[in-house]
Design a protein around this ligand. Structure first.
Ligand code: 5GP
Ligand code: MN
Length: 338
């Protein structure tokens, strides 16, 4: 961060602070927000986390989860008011305001100082202060760095450390992605020294499945997985009826795409999920094949080289499946060479 001294000066007296994760926040987005909230509360700021949408139940254990304001339609007026009255707005785990709709309009209008902390590749400039590092494994790693830059390592307590750990745990794929640096392990060592119970956090995030979720995963694996060996690609396509039939809850398809990527010989995996007004796509790859580029070019999205997402608004699932399959020949050389 270029002008940390200036931000320190701003944060040296109590402020009205709003912290916003991206839509459908994951453990990194929400954990980063709640860790930062815990820290800023200690500096006597008045802090409100506002999530653009709901998020998975397996994140509800996070300290201060109950204080998060979810911007459902009947709460839009209050969310708008809080955003427009804020002194400082922190944007965590995205660098494009399109990812926080419907809050983006109000954040753009707000006179607040904006601070962006993020590790996604394609950055759009909208904040006066940025801690943007695409090589970071998680935004939670950058929140940890931010607290250190502020000179406040000693203020990291167990609740803050737990939220940071959750973000790091999930965004490194439980410490298996190439982004897992020695620095990450050193941070985690410090979090363990502070006193987090890492086994408990792993359990809450990965081992609290509902029966419906397991049945949905079983169904998807059996009935909705297509393997295209000639492109070293595998994908799931789930319709809204598939989800309804399995009593889908937000988060139930989280991680499903990784089963497709785990197939021997497969280096590119996707999941296409039908929603009311859009088809949401998630992509994963192994090695040099950039799903960030593919998501950006074809599906109005982005993310990281090996994990990205996108969408097609107001389309039918079958159409988007066809579109997805039809672009594969453009990438055949890359897919078979890496
Ligand atoms: P996931 O597939 O788990 O939803 O997301 C994978 C990665 O891509 C995450 O880092 C996520 O923040 C990012 N991502 C997901 N959807 C979008 C999108 O629509 N636009 C952009 N720019 N990034 C996305
Ligand atoms: Mn992240």
């Amino acid at each position: 961060m270029q002008n940390i001294e200036e931000l320190k000066r701003i944060l040296s007296s109590p402020k009205k602070v709003v912290i916003i994760p991206h839509q459908k926040p994951d453990a990194d987005a929400l954990g980063s927000c709640l860790a930062l909230k815990g820290y800023l509360n200690k500096l006597q700021h008045e802090v409100q986390v506002i999530s653009p949408t709901d998020y998975p139940q397996f994140l509800a254990w996070m300290p201060e989860n109950e204080s998060v304001l979810m911007c459902e339609s009947y709460k839009e007026t209050i969310c708008k008011q809080i955003i427009l009255q804020a002194d400082v707005i922190f944007c965590l785990d995205y660098s494009d305001l399109a990812r926080i709709a419907p809050l983006d309009t109000w954040v753009s209008q707000a006179s607040a100082i904006k601070v962006m902390i993020d590790h996604h590749i394609d950055r759009k400039a909208f904040a006066q202060f940025e801690l943007w590092k695409p090589e970071a494994a998680a935004t939670a790693e950058l929140v940890y760095d931010f607290i250190l830059l502020m000179g406040d390592e000693a203020l990291i307590d167990i609740p803050i450390a737990e939220c940071i750990y959750a973000g790091i745990l999930t965004d490194t794929g439980s410490f298996k992605y190439p982004s897992t640096s020695s620095k990450i392990h050193r941070i985690v060592a410090k979090l363990i020294d502070i006193g987090i119970n890492h086994s408990k956090i792993h359990h809450y995030i990965y081992d609290t499945n509902s029966e419906n979720r397991l049945r949905l995963i079983g169904f998807a694996l059996k009935e909705r997985l297509t393997i295209l060996r000639e492109y070293r690609t595998a994908y799931f396509a789930l319709s809204s009826a598939d989800l309804r039939n399995h009593y889908y809850q937000t988060g139930d398809t989280e991680g499903l795409v990784n089963y497709a990527l785990s197939l021997e010989g497969i280096i590119f995996a996707a999941i296409l999920i039908e929603d009311i007004d859009k088809i949401k796509l998630s992509f994963r790859s192994i090695g040099d094949f950039s799903v960030n580029d593919l998501a950006r070019i074809h599906f109005s999205g982005g993310g990281h080289k090996n994990a990205a997402g996108g969408r097609v608004n107001n389309a039918k699932l079958e159409e988007v499946v066809q579109q997805f399959v039809s672009i594969l020949p453009n990438y055949k050389e890359q897919l078979i060479s890496v």
